[in-house]
Design a protein around this ligand. Structure first.
Ligand code: TPP
Ligand code: MG
Length: 323
């Protein structure tokens, strides 16, 4: 990895972390409502995976604010979406879990655990029919690997040799359920072994994630079929804002906080590329300003019009129904 790429990853990681803390703060004040799942502690994985898959279609889970920003959606459009405003990337209709921007090939944000995996496979099939070898990435949690849609997706992607990169973000918990209570092993890649090659990577190491995803992307684009990458990480906050996380010990949380991915990337900049504390501080400050501007933009933006309530819904404004 060169210095420019390392700096880009760090800038996005510090931006992502500050964005998430700002989202938390504005949830507490009531400006953001509904569900809010924070990605603090998992920034390396979210940023590096998106940058490695910059050119390609991506389908993700609901814990996707940082991924959306890293894939190229403006932070202010993401924040405005969390605030439910008209200027949000989904026009205030989707909220935190449904960030969607076809212009940067970011297709959600999906609230249904594992529900986006068949969509990713379908997208890869469509690309193949169009004569494109470009890969598609599906990002999902450890919990999603226990569902039927997961196995159906692995099966057909493998049978039809589709260029899908299945990226499992193993943070050990599905809400309050530790993964080994509901799966026979910690490594969910074992479930994919009958179908495709698998790779395991330290999800808190941005450089390692970037390299693993870049390599997996070029492999699937050679036409030999899908790959499963499993990245191990940990979320520092509860599952969502309504979860105090009491099912895990303070000691466990502390161990993972000591593996802070943002601090780790900072060390790479300092030790491998010789950046000074002042240069890093300047990056943190730039990120802070972007987040402050995003919050101001979101807060000052208008609500969607009530008259638009039925726009974009499946049935449209049905002629025979009185609203
Ligand atoms: C099909 C389905 N079942 C259950 C839920 C409720 N639910 C929301 S998040 C979640 C846990 C998912 O955990 P994981 O896949 O590990 O993702 P993480 O939250 O750890 O990122 C569950 C069970 C849902 N949204 N969709
Ligand atoms: Mg999980």
């Amino acid at each position: 990895m060169d210095k420019l790429k390392a700096e880009e990853l760090y800038e996005l990681m510090t931006l992502g972390r500050q964005f998430e803390y700002a989202a938390k703060e504005h949830y507490m004040t009531g400006e953001i409502s509904g569900f809010l799942h924070l990605d603090i502690g998992q920034e390396a994985l979210s940023v590096a995976a998106m940058k490695a898959f910059e050119h390609g279609d991506v389908f993700t889970t609901y814990r996707e604010h940082i991924m959306a920003i890293a894939k190229g959606i403006e932070p202010k459009a993401v924040m405005a979406e969390l605030f439910g405003k008209k200027t949000g990337v989904s026009e205030g209709r989707g909220g935190s879990m449904h960030l969607f921007e076809p212009a940067v090939h970011f297709y959600g944000g999906d609230a249904i655990v594992g529900g986006h995996l068949p969509n990713a496979v379908g997208c890869a099939y469509a690309r193949k029919l169009q004569g494109s070898e470009e890969g598609v990435m599906a990002v999902f949690g450890d919990g999603a690997t226990n569902g039927g849609a997961f196995f159906e997706s692995l099966n057909i992607a493998s049978a039809w040799k589709l260029p899908v990169l299945f990226l499992c973000e193993n943070n050990r918990y599905a809400i309050g359920t530790e993964i080994t209570r509901v799966a026979p092993f910690l490594e969910q890649a074992k479930k994919a072994e009958p179908y495709m090659p698998t790779v395991e990577v330290d999800g808190n190491d941005a450089v390692a994630v970037y390299e693993a995803i870049s390599e997996a992307k070029s492999t699937i684009e050679k036409g030999h079929g899908p790959i499963f990458v499993e990245a191990f990480t940990y979320r520092w906050e509860g599952h969502s804002m309504s979860d105090a996380g009491t099912y895990r010990s303070p000691q466990e949380l502390q161990i993972w906080k000591s593996k802070d991915p943002v601090e780790r990337m900072k060390k790479v900049l300092q030790e491998r590329f010789g950046l000074s504390d002042a240069e890093i501080e300047a990056m943190d400050k730039r990120a802070k300003k972007i987040v402050e501007e995003a919050v101001q933009y979101a807060s000052e933006s208008p609500e969607p019009e009530l008259s638009e309530l039925y726009d974009h819904v499946f049935c449209g404004r049905c002629a025979n129904v009185e609203y």
